[in-house]
Structure formats: structure tokens, C-alpha cells
Design a protein around this ligand. Structure first.
Ligand SMILES: Cc1ncc(C[n+]2csc(CCOP(=O)(O)OP(=O)(O)O)c2C)c(N)n1
Ligand SMILES: [Mg+2]
Length: 600
């Protein structure tokens, strides 16, 4: 075997694959670990290397031939997890991420939190120096051994384990897979003792099959509860459906559409959860945003029955709509999310008032309720058509690019292509991007952890590679600069992706917070930029992209140059490249409705 094969891409040029059957019966503990990762079907393991898992690394390369799973080398552990996160957002399936003992895991933590809050499956693998002290190398193995690494992330993972023998590894990996993929999904962590990895085991033990560790089948709601929900909805004059964390399949999309149309319900959608309902549909309501817009609140207040399909922060939305007063609407919730709530993170949000809780996956609830309904001609009798205004923006001078005109320019440059808008920046307006398919828009980062955008973009683009859909991520400059080295992985593995940076040279969201503080305290608002502006020098983000082998465009400041530049970037991506366009946007022209920027 050549000792310097290429690991780029998956083609036949990759490292030569050795025969799996090892005639000599000379296997190692980490061979069992690697074979189990293959058994659970992880297509990729995004990683940053470390001696704590050098045994596993060897098994992945020299036993499995770096295929199924294939390694994706990352320059930073946070990217490895963010890539797995982005991949799961498209496919609903987990890939692996492997991080070095304690220090690597420490780097990964924020991305794990994002994945947790976004309820996506990620199989995170790690290692510790030898648990048996007599096996530790001096110094480094002692630094890199911790008694309970899982404790670093236990509060925002579904499960973690550190198998204490090679024989315990298969069960641990199977359980990790099963738990990660059982809704509500989330990250899991398995830590492999370096000494176990490097134990010579001779013959391979018989290994269990993943097909007997599949997630449990979805359960249907109690028939009485489904009937009650159907009756409540059928009897409603002004039903509202909140599309939250729902499935991304076309089948589920169609079923939700049928439910909405059968009821004539108004739909609110949430940019955090991506495309869940066609924005152009006559029953689409106003954009909701992170804090529901006044228009969305008005719809909610007018609702006699609200059906929440696992809406993120239902309690907060109802509280805002009803201004803290008692919610008069009947509220039906379809969600399993309560199963994940713990005492550490308050990502469970405020406790909503619920009249009927169907403790099932939201799309399973839809499937159960739909056949019980009798279609009727119209829902909201007095409602006028087309209640889905595109967010309006304060008018900007013609010589600057604003988030709204960037969205328009991007739409123009994209034309009739099928796209997947992986991420939108904070200033993006509610319905600035029309969606008609579940993959048109993927939604937020879950945990509000800035820096995950580039990694998630690469992971989503990896999942979309070869699909014919153009992957586009519009990211803030702050988010991009924190995570920019994720682009190297995309370039190295030939993952086409378009990154558009809505660059306002600032952590602008927080300028607005300083603005608010200054006003409240009657202090100089003009100082709001201090400690926030990313200028003097302005980072040249296109050069940072170029420095990693991507094609960098910009900075684009002239509105007249925008569409032309975006078109060139799209050509680059369609030719298989990674393109980044640095677009200088004027802050302060976010749409008034549905923008992510906090209003308080
Ligand atoms: C890890 C992390 N650090 C800090 C923050 C606080 N924060 C929230 S939004 C934001 C600004 C992000 O800047 P950018 O991506 O450029 O978006 P902009 O607000 O400028 O549109 C910051 C710093 C955070 N959410 N996460
Ligand atoms: Mg910014």
C-alpha cells in the first residue's frame, strides 16, 4: 500500500482498502470499535486527531481503508461536531465526530450544545488516556486522562459511556446509535480508553448487528386523545397551526399541507426550524421570528384553537401574544420534547398552558388527526387572502447593500435553480426567502452559539453533494470569522458550497443591545460600537477563504456589482468549488418583521 494516498473525496483514488479478513487473527481493541462504527452505518467521521485515539485512527485507516466511515479532517473540533450537525439537518441521520481526550472535547462543547438544542442526532466519539494508571505514558497521558470526561457534556447530551472492556464496546456503540436516533434526537458520546484501543485481542469476537438496535417504532397517540384533538380543531373557527420541529421528509410536508387545508388553519412558521410549510400558500401567516412579530401575535391572539407541532418556545410565543395575560385559546401540543428536559439547560423554554398534549412526534400526530377530519371549504371566514407579507424594511440609500437587498440579489443570481439555504444571518427578514420544499431552508443553529455557521454549512453541503441542489449559507461576519477554518475541510474533500457573508463589520446584534442599554440609562448611544465593531483592520474574509484553497470574492460594496459577483460564485460552486462572497451590508436595515434580532 502506498504510504501517502489521497484521502480527498471518496473515489477510487482514496487509500487502498485492505482485506477485512485478517488471516493472522491479529486484531486489536480499536478494530472492534472501528467495525462497530461501520456496523451502525456512519458514513463519515469528522475529526481532529489526537494520540488518545491513535489506536482507533489506525483501525479506521488500516483496517477499514478509510471508507464507511470515511474520515473528514477538520482544523478545529467545533467544526467536526458542527459538520455532523449540518449533515443531520439535511438527512435526519447521524454521522460521527471524533475528538481527542479532554482538550479536544473541550473545544467541541459549544457545537455539542448547538446540536442538543437543535435536537439532531450526532454520534460523538472520544478517548481518554489509559484509565489504568500503570499503562500511562509519562506526563502527556496523565494530562489527557480525566476521571469522567462525559461530565463535560452530560448536561447537553442524551447519553454517554466509557466502556471498560473491549467486550463492552459493541453494546456501547449500539446503544449510542439507538439513543441518538430515537426522537427527540440528540448527541451522544462514547469515550474509548486508549489502553483498550491498544489491547491486542487476537481473533475478532462475534459482533452484534445494528439492525437489532434500531430506534423504536414511532407510537401513535392514544386514539381518544387524537379524536379529541380532531374535534377541537374541526370545531375551531380560527385555528392556528405552529410549525415547529417537524420532519423534513416530503411525505410529512404533504401531510401537513393537507391538515392545514382541511382545517383552513393559519400557519405560522419559524426561521429557526427552516422550511416547514410553503411560504407562498394562502394560509401562511405573517413571519414569526425569534420573538413573534406583532403581526404573528395578532394571529395567535385571534386563534380559538392553537395546534403546536413542537414549536420552539411555545410558552414564550403565547405569553408574548397574550401580553402575559391568561391565554384564552385552547392549546394542543404534539411533542416529545419533554423527554429531554433536564435541570441544567433552560432550553426547554417557558412552560406553556396546554389543554391537550399528544406525547408523540409532531408528524405522527398529524398523521393520526388527518383521517379524522372532514374537509371544509374555508377556515377563517373573515380572513382576507394572502396574509404573508414579505418583511418590509426601513428604506436605505440606493448606493448601499442591505440584508434585504442582499436577499433579493441572491434570489436574482440563483434564478430558477433548486437551492438549499442552509443558514440565514441574524438580520434576515421573516419571509425574505420563499420556501416550497423541506430542503429549501434548514433553519438555525439550535443553541445560539456563534461560530457554528461555517461548519454547519459544510456538513449540510456534504449531505447535499450530488443532489442537484445548490447549497448556500448566508452567514454573519462574526459567525464566519469564528468558524472560517471549516472551509478548509470543504475544499479538501471537494464539497461544493457557496458561503455568502452578510458582513456588517460588527457583532452587530450586540451593538443593538448596547444601544438599548445606553438609551435606558440616558448615556451616549454613539458609543454602542465600542467593543463590537470588527474594523481597523477590517478582516479580509475573501482572502481568508482564498488562503484555504476556496475561491474568494469581494468585498462587494456596490449594489451594482452584487448579482454579477454572486453569479460568478455560483458558477464556481457548480463547477465543484467552494466559493465565499464577502458582501458589505449596511447594518440597521434589517426587516422590521421576523428578523432574528431581539427586540428587547
Ligand atoms: C459563542 C457566542 N459568543 C457570543 C455570542 C453573542 N452574540 C450573539 S449574536 C452576536 C453577533 C454575531 O455577529 P455576526 O455573526 O456578525 O452577526 P450580526 O449580528 O452582525 O448580524 C454575538 C457576539 C453568541 N451568541 N455565541
Ligand atoms: Mg456582523
Amino acid at each position: 500500500m502506498g504510504d501517502r494516498g489521497s484521502d480527498a473525496g471518496q473515489g477510487p483514488g482514496a487509500i487502498e482498502r485492505p482485506a477485512l479478513a485478517n488471516e493472522t487473527g491479529d486484531y486489536w481493541g480499536s478494530d472492534v470499535m472501528a467495525l462497530m462504527l461501520r456496523e451502525i452505518g456512519l458514513p463519515y467521521v469528522a475529526l481532529n486527531p489526537g494520540a488518545s485515539y491513535r489506536g482507533l485512527h489506525d483501525s479506521l485507516v488500516n483496517l477499514l481503508g478509510n471508507q464507511a466511515p470515511q474520515m473528514l479532517l477538520c482544523l478545529y473540533e467545533e467544526h467536526a461536531v458542527a459538520i455532523a450537525h449540518g449533515y443531520a439537518k439535511v438527512t435526519g441521520k447521524p454521522m460521527g465526530a471524533i475528538v481527542h481526550s479532554n482538550v479536544g472535547l473541550m473545544h467541541a462543547t459549544m457545537a455539542v450544545f448547538n446540536a442538543w438544542c437543535d435536537r439532531v442526532p450526532v454520534v460523538l466519539l472520544g478517548a481518554t488516556g489509559p484509565v489504568a494508571a500503570d499503562k500511562r505514558r509519562p506526563w502527556i497521558d496523565w494530562i489527557h486522562t480525566a476521571a469522567d470526561q462525559g461530565a463535560l457534556i452530560r448536561n447537553y447530551t442524551k447519553w454517554d459511556d466509557q466502556p471498560a472492556s473491549v467486550g463492552a464496546v459493541p453494546e456501547s456503540v449500539l446503544r449510542a446509535y439507538k439513543i441518538a436516533t430515537t426522537p427527540p434526537c440528540g448527541p451522544v458520546y462514547v469515550c474509548f480508553d486508549a489502553a483498550l484501543q491498544e489491547t491486542r485481542i487476537g481473533d475478532l469476537p462475534p459482533l452484534p448487528k445494528a439492525e437489532r438496535a434500531r430506534r423504536p417504532r414511532s407510537v401513535a397517540p392514544d386514539p381518544e386523545a387524537a379524536k379529541e384533538a380532531a374535534e377541537l380543531l374541526q370545531g375551531a373557527k380560527t385555528p392556528v397551526i405552529l410549525m415547529g420541529r417537524v420532519a423534513r421528509s416530503e411525505e410529512a410536508w404533504e401531510r401537513r399541507l393537507k391538515l392545514v387545508e382541511a382545517l383552513g388553519a393559519i400557519v405560522l412558521t419559524d426561521p429557526k426550524t427552516g422550511a416547514t410549510f410553503p411560504t407562498a400558500h394562502r394560509l401562511q401567516g405573517p413571519p414569526a421570528g425569534n420573538n413573534p412579530s406583532p403581526e404573528a401575535c395578532a394571529v395567535l391572539r385571534a386563534a380559538d384553537v392553537v395546534l403546536s407541532l413542537d414549536w420552539v418556545d411555545l410558552g414564550g410565543a403565547l405569553k408574548t401574544a397574550w401580553d402575559g395575560k391568561e391565554v384564552a385559546s385552547k392549546v394542543i401540543l404534539a411533542s416529545l420534547d419533554h423527554q429531554l428536559h433536564n435541570g441544567w439547560s433552560m432550553d426547554y423554554q417557558g412552560l406553556p398552558p396546554i389543554d391537550l398534549h399528544l406525547a408523540v412526534e409532531p408528524d405522527v400526530a398529524v398523521a393520526a388527526i388527518l383521517p379524522l377530519l372532514k374537509p371544509r371549504a374555508s377556515g377563517w371566514a373573515e380572513r382576507k387572502e394572502a396574509a404573508a407579507p414579505v418583511g418590509s424594511a426601513p428604506s436605505a440609500p440606493p448606493n448601499v447593500i442591505t440584508p434585504v437587498s442582499l436577499a433579493a440579489g441572491l434570489r436574482d443570481a440563483v434564478g430558477s435553480r433548486q437551492t438549499c439555504l442552509i443558514r440565514t444571518p441574524l438580520a434576515w427578514g421573516g419571509h425574505a426567502w420563499e420556501t416550497a420544499h423541506p430542503l429549501d431552508l434548514l433553519g438555525g443553529d439550535g443553541g445560539g452559539g456563534i461560530g457554528g455557521g461555517p461548519g454547519m454549512a459544510v456538513g449540510a453541503a456534504l449531505a447535499l453533494r450530488g443532489s442537484g441542489r445548490l447549497p448556500i449559507a448566508v452567514l454573519g461576519d462574526g459567525d464566519t470569522l469564528m468558524g472560517v477554518t471549516a472551509l478548509w475541510t470543504a475544499v479538501h474533500y471537494r464539497i461544493p458550497v457557496l458561503i455568502v457573508v452578510a458582513n456588517n463589520n460588527s457583532f452587530f446584534n450586540d451593538e443593538l443591545h448596547q444601544d438599548r442599554m445606553a438609551r435606558q440609562r440616558n448615556r451616549p448611544v454613539g458609543n454602542r460600537w465600542i467593543g463590537q465593531r470588527i474594523a481597523d483592520p477590517e478582516p479580509d474574509i475573501a482572502t481568508l477563504a482564498r488562503g484555504q484553497g476556496a475561491t474568494g470574492f469581494g468585498p462587494v460594496r456596490d449594489p451594482g456589482e452584487l448579482v454579477r459577483t454572486l453569479r460568478s460564485a455560483i458558477e464556481t460552486v457548480e463547477a465543484g468549488g467552494v466559493a465565499l462572497v464577502d458582501v458589505r451590508v449596511e447594518p440597521g436595515y434589517a426587516t422590521s418583521m421576523g428578523s432574528h434580532y431581539s427586540r428587547r
